[in-house]
Design a protein around this ligand. Structure first.
Ligand code: AMP
Length: 381
């Protein structure tokens, strides 16, 4: 089914072509018509499935047709777990809203930065993308009212619950009008989420997008058996030997992320870390530089990876293995996206070996493991 059969405005169709969205993804094919018809949605889908556009496009269409709220009332509320995702979702709204003849204002609000500019920006906003804590602060200061919200989106709801936003979310629900459209997106369906889903959704269309096999098939996966002490030299060896220009490296802790980036810099490889302890400004700058191809290595923790959306990311390295196979798939899914081949390399210490075999089993794919002891690090620059 092409985009042209989805009842979208001709100017939006044009913008989709400009953005190189040639064919709707499965979640877009299912969600767009349903959301245009006012239905609730439960979308079990990961980042990379095209879920953002699957709600952004029909929401903008619906807003064009209806009344737009005024005086610090908003029409659409999108709740997200992290600042990075807030900015990313807002940007997709801005991109497509610019293609429409009627002015629709979208803003993103999140904690960790000054609240005043956000209070002012809320004036005249139609779509608000927010992390739960900051939203409540803005509600408490009367900067925004939720009583006219027509559509609520919960994006990456599983992550929101994992981050402990349950209470905040429940407080927010109480402030919303009873009659509204609810769109819930999550990578997984936990028991907690099942409760929210029952509380929230009215006869939803359930769309389940399995982790894309084709994506996984596109990714060249390999692993290196390596001791903890040799990880640094191995990393430098791989980056230099293969002349990697744009690498995303994952670590499990904030401390490790800083440490890996520091060591690379000391060895003349341009690297920066992004994690929850960095200021918002530093995170945004690093991400921008990395996206533009002006930063060779970005080191990130799992949480930060949610906001990293780069279409042609060629290399991902797991400096430390993630705990769950799901996170492993999510990490390596940063590469090989949208039909582009990529490469994912994992560092395996002797203690990780069993865990890595579990990951491979869950994924249904065997990964070739090389022994780093066979590599001669002496010639490292
Ligand atoms: P998401 O799952 O919303 O994070 O989107 C993942 C990536 O796929 C983003 O870089 C989008 O710009 C891109 N994308 C979304 N829908 C399409 C499409 N129909 N065709 C090509 N790229 C898409």
């Amino acid at each position: 089914m092409p985009f042209t059969s989805l009842n979208l405005a001709p100017t939006l169709l044009k913008e989709l072509v400009v953005q190189n969205y040639l064919q709707p993804t499965p979640i877009q094919q299912a969600a767009i018509p349903a959301i245009l018809n006012g239905k609730d949605i439960l979308g079990i889908a990961q980042t990379g499935s095209g879920k953002t556009a699957s709600f952004v496009l029909p929401i903008l269409m619906n807003l064009q047709r209806g009344n737009r709220a005024k005086n610090r009332h908003i029409n659409v509320l999108v709740l997200v777990p992290t600042r990075e995702l807030a900015v990313q979702v807002k940007d997709v709204f801005l991109l497509f809203a610019a293609a429409l003849p009627i002015h629709i204002k979208t803003i993103a609000v999140f904690g960790g930065v000054s609240i005043n500019p956000q209070m002012m920006a809320l004036q005249g906003a139609n779509i608000l993308v927010a992390t739960p804590g900051r939203l409540l602060e803005l509600i408490d200061s009367n900067s925004v009212h939720l009583s006219e919200v027509e559509t609520l989106v919960l994006d990456e709801a599983d992550k929101m619950l994992n981050l402990g936003f349950k209470e905040e979310i429940n407080r927010i629900f109480l402030l919303l009008p009873k009659k509204r459209q609810n769109l819930l997106f999550s990578a997984t369906l936990s028991d907690d989420l099942q409760n929210i889903n029952q509380l929230l959704l009215h006869d939803p269309l359930v769309i389940k997008i399995e982790v894309e096999e084709t994506n996984i098939a596109l990714i060249a996966q390999s692993a290196y058996l390596v001791s903890e002490e040799k990880k640094g030299p191995l990393l430098r060896y791989l980056i230099q030997q293969n002349n990697f220009r744009q690498v995303l490296i994952f670590t499990s802790s904030v401390y490790k992320a800083d440490n890996v980036a520091d060591k690379l810099r000391k060895n003349g490889i341009e690297a920066e870390a992004i994690h929850s302890k960095k200021s918002q400004g530093a995170r945004t700058d690093a991400l921008k530089k990395f996206k533009a191809g002006n930063l060779r290595v970005l080191v990130a923790t799992d949480l930060m990876s949610r906001g990293i959306d780069i279409q042609f990311l060629p290399h991902v390295i797991n400096y430390e293995l993630p705990r769950s196979p799901k996170d492993y798939l999510h990490r390596i899914g940063r590469t090989g996206r949208a039909e582009n081949p990529g490469e994912a390399i994992s560092f395996i210490t002797p203690e990780d070996e069993h865990h890595f075999s579990v990951i491979q089993k869950k994924m249904g794919k065997k990964v070739t493991i090389f022994n780093s002891e066979e590599i001669d690090f002496k010639n490292l620059k």
